[in-house]
Design a protein around this ligand. Sequence first.
Ligand code: C2E
Ligand code: MG
Ligand code: MG
Ligand code: MG
Length: 289
Amino acid sequence: RTKQSGRHGYTLFNHHFRENQADLLALEADLRRALDVDDQLIPYYQPFIDSHSQRLTGFEALVRWHHPERGLISPAEFLPMAQESGLIRRLDRYMIEQGCAQLAAWHDEGYGGETLSLHINLSSENLRDTSLPSWLEALLTRLALPPALLYLEVTESALIDMPEVAAQVMHALHQLGVRLALDDFGTGYSALAYLHRYQFDVLKIDQAFVREVDVHTESRAIVRAILALAQALHLDVVAEGVETFSQLSALRELGCPKLQGYYFARPQPAAAIAWEGLQALALESPCCH
Ligand code: C2E
Ligand code: MG
Ligand code: MG
Ligand code: MG
């Protein structure tokens, strides 16, 4: 971190914003305001597909910011600021509230079946928040949602240098019956022992390995090894970033249980989800995509 990188020492990755203090402070103030109104921070939902049954199993919620002046802002552009400013705590809780309410509504309306699940990303800052499990328990009770249908995704890099309290929070979440997923698996530096220590239920294979799984022997070998590891530890696996039929075929051949990516659907607002199409994905035939 350099002195030039602003008050908080963070920078924005996007060229649309000049990386100066005034811009960052203005954006931070805008995010603070956005958290108080209802129509700026929108969860977009991207489906998971069971590669065996070819059926929809759930969605991941991904935040989008419809900024009144700047237009659509992606998470990569404002999460660093949200994390450094502490607003990430409210943002993640907001996404959990919105996502769980949406999941409960889908259940009530009979969309996607009784086991339709929801994944929500949780920033590592929130693993230090010891009030999170009881807050979440109250929310799930109020919505009458089975905790096992909610998955919290944390990235592998979030576990590095995690204080003891993070392990306690994750344990409490697990006790509650909420599931834990390790996001971007294979790109961080965590020891494999963490998989056991933090009681993960799901591994998400990073897109970096999926991208070349159909053409590169090494990527294929890594995916095969992750699948073997997951099977030995009784973990479910999702491959992220599946974009082509060729990748899909390679992953099915390797026995990857669940798939997610633009090939099936891009993240989209709840109202835009095409349920009929998702229930009948023609996985066998590349002609339809
Ligand atoms: P992630 O959780 O690993 O999510 C996967 C990212 O890959 C998403 O980007 C998704 O839109 C994108 N993606 C999905 N399928 C494909 C594909 O086939 N090809 C390609 N090229 N990309 C694909 P997005 O939505 O921009 O989110 C980026 C990251 O921001 C997420 O990575 C997650 O770590 C974080 N994030 C998103 N929403 C939230 C949130 O509500 N809270 C927190 N704490 N983090 C969030
Ligand atoms: Mg994720
Ligand atoms: Mg990921
Ligand atoms: Mg990611």
